[in-house]
Design a protein around this ligand. Structure first.
Ligand code: DGJ
Length: 309
């Protein structure tokens, strides 16, 4: 796949899964993201739905349609078309056998700052909205979910007007917070959290706060999810490392044991045309992260057989 381009699905249509995440379930990759295929006005698009695409090889993506729909006739609802619904994250809860989706829920001016929770019986939805709330009575803007090795789930969200990042434990059914949370990266003003566990450590890559404009990434590490977290450095190297290759991280996913970061390359004046990249994350012997730019990323062997490497 050619990086920093707008990829197409198996029908040749542009993939509308911005600010997204990739869930692996029963050998299939599911890519959830914001469908922004509508007019951009003042760097903003209406909420027209959360999309899902499925793939067995991360290269051929089948459009599974809109899995979380907007509410078009109730301005008081957080899923109202004029509101913000960003960064969908889905986990499978083994006990309840439900797929649980969290998204950033906001008013068009980003003032409400909460989350939406929705559930589905299948990874391809439809997801049924349950509620919107502010986790632990804290404001919550960019966010992600993380499922730990023991099955516990955690909501990681920018809080205190993006001044800190909160890590909040979810209830066993993943539908609520438990009241237990920590605030990390105090006064660092980070957003777009993407987290992984690898080499016996937790890693979190975040962006700075500059709207749709790219900025340097920064990663932190810790031995236990609830800290203490230590900020390390920008994991990106080479040309354009200071702008995350003109992109912003959105999630980390694994192919076997190899982690990859999914980037959005935002086009603020025409958000639907925003592009994507998937780049491998290298972990050095001393535990440091390195992300290098590459023009193309191949996941299947077929292209290599055609003589591309
Ligand atoms: C940066 C966030 O990471 C995006 O998800 C989006 O909310 C933009 N800000 C809006 O400016």
């Amino acid at each position: 796949m050619k990086n920093k381009t707008l990829w197409t699905d198996t029908e040749g249509k542009p993939i509308q899964a911005h600010g997204g995440m990739i869930l692996q379930h029963k050998g299939i990759y599911y890519w959830y993201g914001e469908n922004k295929d509508t007019e951009t006005v003042n760097r903003h698009v209406d909420f027209i739905g959360i999309s899902c695409y499925s793939s067995e090889d991360l290269e051929n993506w089948r459009n599974e349609g809109i899995v979380l729909s907007p509410v078009v006739n109730n301005p008081a609802h957080m899923l109202y078309t004029k509101n913000i619904c960003e960064r969908p994250r889905v986990l499978y809860n083994k006990s309840t056998k439900q797929f649980v989706m969290y998204t950033h829920a906001d008013t068009a001016d980003y003032y409400y700052a909460g989350v939406n929770v929705a559930v589905a019986a299948s990874p391809t939805g439809p997801f049924v909205w349950l509620k919107s709330f502010q986790p632990n009575r804290q404001d919550s803007r960019d966010m992600t979910l993380f499922q730990d090795l023991d099955g516990s789930a955690w909501l990681i969200h920018s809080a205190n007007y993006n001044k800190t990042m909160n890590i909040a434990r979810l209830s066993d059914d993943y539908l609520d917070v438990t009241g237990s949370y920590i605030s990390i990266f105090q006064d660092q003003e980070r957003e777009a959290p993407a987290i992984m566990y690898s080499h016996n450590r937790y890693y979190m890559i975040t962006s700075g706060c500059s709207g749709w404009e790219p900025n340097p990434s920064l990663y932190g590490i810790c031995d236990h999810l609830i800290g203490p977290w230590k900020l390390i450095d920008n994991p990106c190297t080479g040309p354009a490392y200071r702008t995350t290759f003109d992109g912003q991280g959105t999630c980390i996913f694994f192919v076997q044991n190899q982690p990859y970061v999914l980037l959005d390359h935002w086009h603020p004046d025409d958000l639907r045309s925003s592009a994507y990249s998937m780049l491998p994350i290298q972990i050095s012997d001393n535990g440091g992260l390195k992300i290098e730019w590459q023009d193309e990323t191949f996941f299947t062997n077929s292209k290599r057989r055609e003589g591309t490497s």
